[in-house]
Write a protein that binds this ligand. Structure first.
Ligand code: PLP
Length: 761
């Protein structure tokens, strides 16, 4: 696999911001060095600066067809949005009548700057008006009927020309007809940030009142923008002071920014001699990238309709992959893209795609690829080649199946893998020698990934077992069993019918084999009446007799990290749970790794030792310090105070123990190099997934332990808890949570690289 560390980045995130074109950067530098005068100064240096400013304004006016409207330079679009909303609302307030109910309207897919500014200024100006989102259809097009209905009582309407996540554009002239027919006086702002350089605008021929723009979305630097205000539209300066911009926007002007914009405007006005491609060419580029994505990720789904979008934005989702996973993969391949939206909570979702009514998975898995009109054929070719390299890395690590690719360097999986969907976990255990596999608590969302893994690694599924009948989600077990275990007879949870029993610590337990390991079935009712725990044991010879050593205990929702499974379902019994906890205590060691069905706080795994130190109730049970009656009272109290939901999931246990968020020692690249020089025992663990590692790892010696294999690593290194482990990843966030998990389980000297490879390469 080619190591892409040394490759230059492919930047496909133009809708977030663009690089400054060399010509624009040169103009900005020249302005700083030569035209550094203050445009308000009356000496020659000032006059020259003023001349540059006015030339830039003139070009903008020509480009946008702004006619008699004002064109004011700002710090960016967010300031332009404030200027527009403040001006419109102050004017609207004076005409309000006490008897009417008012609203302000904005498109449901608008950039957050718009609804947030509306709320802010309504509040500051003490205007009583409802902030109402205009719905969009599945293409992202505004609902005109809704506008017609609500515009008559609206103070202002805010729409956007081109959407930043999807590139979807609105038909502005049809929109204008709808708006003006409903309310000829309503103030209308159109956010034109993503339209500049991508669609033609002639503002004077429209009744748009306000149109904010931003320089950094089209190859000018950050910190410069402009706003158009129709000559008849009300205006209140947003910034008062020295009277610059004819008193419309005070503050000494950003001349270098304007100099850069001036060059960009010239390019847009003289397209033939500019580096910008025309729409036909850009459409070819989009098709080339989309075709590559389809070739590489066969079932990719495009979230934006190309027919309704500008050619420079592609929004897609790959079934079975979260946007974070694709982002990490592409980042390792040195392709910069963005996820559908910012991560505001545990689950990343795109409110834009949600508003378009797309299925939840598409919104959660959304990836935006965007480029600017200066992209070249060579760059598109490299992007496509790099996408292929990235998808091959996924094939190598058995994340996608591709019969045509070379599998010679595909490594055999061995041991425990933890897969997740949200906060729920599926556990896969593989015995590489016998090529047998076991799956515990299969989640339907992971169905495809599990099937790919089994097929790609050529594994035989021995059993797919649920630890209990899940109340919060349906199980993926039946689908797996139908496909891979058609001949097998099993009970309702998938435990194979077997006569085999093993004597384990004084108890006769049903057992099945996976390679040289034994899986024992321990009935542990409580959370539900059918709850079981599965103990994965290896056989050890000890002075003439065989003993079982439990490596992993899959306890379902009986013992969760920092909590105990809830016991307020119909089939729950806290009394049974009390007995089951004691049974588990007697069946595993204090350091056996407990693998739960949920991981609400990114803690991966736990042990009785780790739990007892933070879960007083469990400690009391384990140490026989509490009667069953008192336990039941405590448990009932906890269950009534259960925080019922985490995102879209219901909680399966009340959190009663503190999460360990202790301070982990952090290195930066320099201090890590020093530490490694001073102590050759410092061990670097790269915890990115194997495909990321294969695409991009430094020559510095590091071992790859992906997060999905962390639990196995912890198990195998139980007797190396004093060693100096330094965890590293892309940005420092995965390494931080993994280090905290290891620290909680007694790894004393675990640390991580702050900021990850992103800051040290
Ligand atoms: N509106 C849209 C559609 C945008 O994409 C952005 C930037 O992401 C903004 C407004 C805010 O622009 P600025 O960064 O110039 O304040």
């Amino acid at each position: 696999m080619k190591n892409t560390t040394e490759l230059t980045q492919i930047y496909l995130d133009a809708n977030a911001t663009t690089p400054v074109l060399p010509e624009a950067a040169a103009a900005a530098l020249s302005a700083m060095e030569n035209l550094f005068g203050n445009p308000s100064s009356s000496h020659i240096t000032g006059l020259k600066a003023k001349n540059l400013m006015e030339q830039t304004r003139l070009r903008a006016q020509t480009l946008l067809g702004s006619g008699n409207g004002k064109l004011i330079f700002t710090s960016g679009a967010t300031e332009g949005i404030q200027t527009s909303i403040l001006s419109a609302l102050i004017a609207a307030k004076s005409g309000m009548s006490a008897a009417k109910n008012y609203s302000v309207l904005y498109g449901a897919t608008e950039h957050k700057a718009v609804p947030e500014s509306l709320k802010h200024w309504l509040n500051v100006l003490d205007i009583k008006a409802k902030v109402t989102a205009i719905p969009v259809d599945r293409f992202g097009l505004l609902d005109h009927d809704f506008i017609a209905l609500h515009a008559p009582n609206a103070l202002m309407i805010c729409t956007m020309a081109v959407n930043n996540e999807t590139g979807v554009y609105q038909d502005l002239s049809a929109l204008e007809k709808t708006i003006r027919r409903a309310n000829s006086d309503i103030f209308w702002m159109v956010d034109c940030v993503q339209a500049l350089g991508k669609t033609e605008l002639d503002l004077k021929s429209t009744t748009i009142d306000y149109a904010p723009f931003s320089g950094h979305k089209l190859y000018a630097p950050k910190g410069i923008g402009f706003v158009y205000i129709r000559d008849s539209a009300p205006f209140t300066p947003f910034i008062a002071g020295g009277g610059q911009e004819s008193g419309l926007r005070s503050g000494t002007e950003n001349l270098p920014g304007m100099a850069a914009l001036n060059v960009i405007f010239e390019m847009l006005l003289n397209k033939e001699s500019s580096p910008f491609s025309n729409t036909v060419q850009l459409t070819h580029y989009r098709q080339q990238i989309a075709t590559t994505l389809t070739e590489c990720f066969g079932d990719v789904v495009f979230n934006n309709s190309f027919e309704h979008s500008v050619a420079t934005t592609i929004n897609f989702a790959v079934p079975g992959f979260s946007s974070k996973e694709i982002m990490d993969l592409f980042d390792a391949a040195n392709i910069r893209v963005s996820s559908g939206s910012a991560c505001s909570s545990k689950v990343t979702r795109s409110f834009v795609l949600d508003a378009m009514g797309l299925p939840a998975w598409q919104s959660e898995a959304a990836i935006r690829m965007s480029f600017g009109p200066a992209i070249t054929q060579a760059e598109v070719d490299s992007a496509c080649a790099r996408i292929k390299t990235a998808s091959q890395a996924l094939t190598q690590s058995c994340m996608i199946l591709d019969d045509s690719s070379d599998i010679s360097d595909r490594s055999d999986l061995d041991g425990l893998v933890q897969l997740r969907s949200g906060a729920s976990c599926t556990w896969v255990f593989v015995d590489s020698f016998s090529k047998q596999a076991l799956i515990v608590d299969p989640l339907p969302e992971l169905q495809q990934r599990l099937e790919t893994l089994l097929e790609c690694q050529k594994l035989t599924l021995v059993a797919a077992i649920d630890t209990h009948g899940h109340a919060d989600h349906i199980s993926g077990r039946e689908a797996l069993a139908t496909r891979f275990l058609a001949e097998q007879e099993s009970d309702a949870l998938g435990w194979p019918m077997t006569e085999a029993h093993i004597k384990h610590l004084g108890q006769q337990l049903q057992a099945i084999s996976i390679g040289s390991k034994r899986l024992l079935r321990l009935p542990t009712p409580g959370h539900t009446s059918d709850s079981i725990s599965l103990l994965l044991c290896s056989e050890l010879s000890a002075s003439n007799h065989i003993v079982e050593q439990t490596q992993y205990a899959f306890c379902g929702d009986t013992i969760l990290m920092g909590s105990l499974g809830r016991t307020n379902f119909d089939s729950s019994s806290s009394q049974a749970l009390f007995n089951s906890l004691k049974l588990i205590r007697d069946s595993i060691s204090n350091n056996t790794l407990i693998c739960a069905s949920h991981d609400y706080n990114n803690e991966f795994t736990t042990s009785l030792n780790a739990e007892v130190s933070r879960n007083e109730l469990l400690k009391a049970v384990i140490n026989n310090q509490i009667s069953v009656d008192v336990f039941q009272q405590h448990k009932a109290h906890l269950d009534t105070h259960l925080n019922d939901e985490v995102g879209t999931e219901i909680m399966c246990g009340a959190i009663i123990g503190n999460c360990d968020r202790s301070n982990i020692k952090e290195y930066d690249a320099i201090s890590l190099a020093v530490a490694m020089k001073q102590d050759e025992n410092v061990c670097i663990i790269d915890i990115r997934e194997p495909h990321e590692y294969a695409l991009n790892h430094s020559t510095q010696s590091s071992q790859n332990v992906p997060l999905t294999r962390l639990v196995q690593f912890i198990q195998e290194h139980q007797n190396q808890k004093h060693k100096q482990w330094v965890l590293v990843c892309r940005s420092g966030s995965r390494s931080m949570i993994a280090a905290q998990a290891m620290h909680r389980l007694g790894f004393e000297q675990v640390s991580h690289l702050k900021g990850g490879y992103a800051l040290s390469s």
